[in-house]
Design a protein around this ligand. Structure first.
Ligand SMILES: NC(=O)c1ccc[n+]([C@@H]2O[C@H](COP(=O)([O-])OP(=O)(O)OC[C@H]3O[C@@H](n4cnc5c(N)ncnc54)[C@H](OP(=O)(O)O)[C@@H]3O)[C@@H](O)[C@H]2O)c1
Ligand SMILES: *[C@@H]1O[C@H](CO)[C@@H](O)[C@H](O)[C@H]1NC(C)=O
Ligand SMILES: *[C@@H]1O[C@H](CO)[C@@H](O)[C@H](O)[C@H]1NC(C)=O
Ligand SMILES: *[C@@H]1O[C@H](CO)[C@@H](O)[C@H](O)[C@H]1NC(C)=O
Length: 409
């Protein structure tokens, strides 16, 4: 038997890895008991209207008068883009949006397509997260914002490169670009922008960070090789980065007692993630049958997985449900009278003196290590609790110290 040529091997492993990483969770995890999408949409709409200063749709009044400011890092495609469009829609264009990414053309297309009722201060800030110079310029630009209510972190790409730093765009820094985009740059953005988020909570408004990775599908962090310097691999990265993201939200929640940090799994979402994969792009330089084969495999995978996947628009509604209903204290303003709306609160039966049974929302432990202000959420914005969480205090501290030394170098 002759050996399979390299491109065919890559293609095979690409489709295998893709289906196991992105499909298996869909098969294994039945949806939790949650309200219907249409109920969630209308609750989101009411919350968005209240944010934009129209309190007629919601109990509890408006939320500070000022326009809400949302920053979407990875807002030029897929989940981030859909969340930005949903934000514009629910705030009736009165929210201020900042899109961050590399693709300027798409960013402007998104901003102008939502512009009919949109805030004139909406803007795009170009940034290659894998380039440390570009990242600091971007943070400088973001630092001029008056405050930040929502920092939405959804940057990422799909690649199967077996070696760290094998991707040409990553020559100028010390960490692998994939890890940079999926973790280190996100950490740096939160680290440097936390005071702007605190500026929002000081006004009595939301100050929340959402990082989208795969909580609930991660693995133990290898504490003997932090940053995967010696043990880098596509699978190691995809197992350990969700856990690094867990540690990240927990550490920041401990450091910033007024802010809320969320790590959410978006479900299996139909986005350009696979078709824009650098691994796929590399295959396009191979001779004739390879690029065509790759393109048809991707198309086939997309068709076959269609029934299991959800649109980015649907995903965005569930993600906003997660963001708006997760809070340190019961703000009681999101979908107040709708059952099942508080991922962080559970209904508890209380028997009063006369023997009557009442239901009361009581505080549930928040986040993987029970840390106040750190939430791990699933595809419907529901609380995952400590499901497949690997948080020990020591591991968290080691990853923090490692990150701090890498990012300040
Ligand atoms: N789709 C899913 O089923 C799924 C499932 C689980 C987890 N996730 C995770 O969710 C996140 C979003 O995925 P998606 O499906 O929305 O992907 P997508 O449509 O491909 O969007 C990825 C975004 O990341 C940005 N990005 C990538 N590399 C960047 C870089 N070097 N610098 C700056 N921005 C960069 C892209 O912007 P530019 O091109 O403008 O730079 C784009 O806006 C990813 O982290 C992904 O791993 C997705
Ligand atoms: C506020 O909301 C109500 C009902 O949703 C709507 O009729 C009204 O026009 C809104 N006001 C503003 C200023 O948008
Ligand atoms: C990194 O970003 C800076 C600033 O945008 C740019 O001048 C430089 O060329 C970039 N480096 C690479 C390798 O792309
Ligand atoms: C990564 O590993 C190489 C070789 O094993 C070593 O020389 C280098 O110092 C390591 N880098 C970090 C940041 O640990």
């Amino acid at each position: 038997m002759s050996r399979l040529p390299f491109p065919v091997l890559v293609l095979l492993s690409l489709s295998l890895a893709y289906s196991s990483v992105y499909l298996l969770p869909g098969y294994l995890n039945p949806p939790p008991p949650v309200p219907s999408l249409s109920i969630v949409k209308s609750a989101n709409h009411a919350y968005g209207a209240a944010l934009a200063g129209n309190n007629s749709g919601i109990n509890g009044g408006d939320r500070g008068g000022d326009e809400p400011v949302a920053v979407f890092v990875g807002g030029t495609s897929g989940i981030g883009r859909a969340m930005a469009e949903s934000f514009a829609h629910h705030t009736k264009g009165r929210g201020r949006m900042v899109l961050v990414g590399r693709n300027e053309r798409t960013a402007h297309a998104i901003l102008s397509s939502t512009s009919s009722s949109s805030n004139a201060k909406n803007q795009f800030i170009p940034c290659d997260l894998a380039n440390s110079t570009s990242l600091s310029l971007c943070i400088d630009a973001l630092s001029t914002l008056p405050k930040i209510n929502y920092l939405i972190l959804t940057p990422g790409y799909f690649s199967l490169h077996p070696h760290s730093d094998a991707i040409p765009s990553s020559k100028d820094r010390q960490v692998d670009s994939k890890l940079m985009v999926h973790y280190y740059a996100r950490w740096k953005l939160i680290h440097d922008l936390a005071s702007l988020l605190e500026g929002a909570t000081a006004l009595g408004e939301d100050g929340k960070v959402l990082t989208v990775s795969r909580p609930g599908w991660g693995g133990r962090a290898n504490l003997y090789d932090l940053g995967l310097n010696r043990t880098y691999g596509a699978i190691a990265a995809s197992l350990q980065m969700p856990t690094y993201n867990d540690f990240m939200i927990e550490s920041f929640a401990l450091l910033h007692p007024s802010l809320t940090f969320i790590n959410a799994y978006p479900g299996f979402v139909r986005t350009p993630l696979l078709s824009s994969s650098p691994t796929l792009r590399e295959l396009s330089s191979y001779p004739f049958p390879v690029p065509a084969l790759a393109a048809s495999l991707v198309a086939l995978a997309e068709v076959m997985t269609y029934p299991l996947s959800r649109s980015a628009e649907e995903c965005a509604e569930w993600m906003w449900r997660g963001v708006w209903s997760s809070s340190r204290a019961s703000n009681g303003k999101y979908g107040e009278n709708v059952k099942g709306y508080f991922p962080s609160y559970v209904a508890e039966k209380i028997v009063d003196v006369s023997g009557k049974v009442k239901e009361k929302h009581v505080s549930h432990k928040t986040g993987s290590a029970g840390i106040e202000g750190a939430f791990r959420l699933g595809a419907y914005g529901e609380d995952l609790g400590s499901q497949r969480s690997f948080g020990t205090e020591d591991a968290r501290r080691m990853v923090w110290e490692h990150t701090e030394s890498v990012m300040s170098a």
